[in-house]
Design a protein around this ligand. Structure first.
Ligand code: BJW
Length: 229
């Protein structure tokens, strides 16, 4: 029986809530690849374009998107699990895990509903559009608030705590992620190295398929409740 569990989630877990994944055929954003929009260089080059990308996603999240059966099953697992720690690490910047009730949660790629002051690093809640001219509430200067997200080339958040927990986990479950983006894509090898059982739950075989001891393919809303309950 597993003691400590680490669960990694990606865009696929929120797909059935109506949020587009990044790398599906229709996942392109107005002909931009995510690799071309989600970089510090893109923000420097064209901040209006990048803010617009996040403003649209923010508006979508605030109007009508709800957690689905997979988010709810993971929240129940955390609440009802009595043997050890359940750490949920999400690459997603939406807030559907917390709205479903998950509490032991790390947003390793940041959070859509927060802005970050480029001068102080301070975080502010954002439930409206960010714009390049908006004054930053922390320092008063305009144009220094950026989305609190981790772009390519930037360090993901809380990595030390994630690696420490991976080092003592017995079960690692990866849900709804294509396994294209590091360091998250390397967590399965890290868990294997420490002797954990590793499981992939995804719509299709991911880039990391052969690293997992067990895999199940299908919809997250069906696979996740069936696996964890
Ligand atoms: C379903 C489903 C349903 C659909 N049910 N499933 C090693 C080798 C090569 C390169 C690198 C390397 N290490 C680092 C790099 C560079 C780079 C990188 O990985 N590049 C690759 C492209 C090669 N990584 C970085 O720059 C990272 N930083 C970094 O490494 O810092 C140094 C460091 C080193 C060592 C330790 C620590 C740090 C930062 C990466 C930041 C990624 N940012 C983004 C944007 C965030 C904000 C935003 O949301 O806009 O994060 S990019 C984008 O991709 C987003 C996602 O979180 C991330 C992952 O995507 P995800 O979730 O996997 O989505 P998809 O669309 O790819 O896949 C969805 C899956 O769901 C599919 O498989 C579907 O089948 C499935 N699915 N419907 C179940 N209903």
């Amino acid at each position: 029986m597993a003691e400590n569990i680490v669960i990694l989630t990606g865009a696929g877990i929120s797909a059935e809530s109506g949020i587009k994944t990044f790398r599906a055929a229709d996942g392109l954003w107005e002909n931009h690849r995510v690799e071309d929009v989600a970089t510090p260089e893109a923000f420097q080059r064209d901040p209006v374009l990048v803010q617009d990308f996040y403003n649209r996603r923010r508006r979508q999240l605030l109007t009508g998107v709800q957690p689905n059966a997979a988010h709810r099953a993971l929240a129940r697992l955390e609440q009802q699990y009595g043997r050890g720690e359940v750490l949920l690490v999400t690459q997603n910047i939406d807030n559907l895990h917390e709205r479903a009730g998950s509490r032991n949660l790390i947003h390793m790629h940041g959070e859509l509903l927060k802005g970050r002051c480029q001068r102080s690093g301070g975080l502010v809640p954002v439930d409206t559009d960010l714009s390049v001219e908006l004054p930053c509430p922390l320092c008063g200067a305009s144009g220094c608030l950026r989305p609190h997200v981790v772009w390519f080339g930037e360090m993901p958040l809380e990595m030390e705590r994630i690696y420490q927990t991976l080092a003592r986990c017995d079960l690692f479950i990866s849900i709804g992620t294509s396994g294209n983006v590091y360091p998250a894509a390397g967590f399965v090898e890290e868990a294997n190295r420490h002797g954990a059982h590793t499981v992939e739950l995804n719509l299709e075989p991911s880039q990391r398929l052969t690293s997992f001891a067990e895999h199940r393919h299908g919809l997250a809303s069906e696979l996740v409740p069936a696996y964890v309950e």
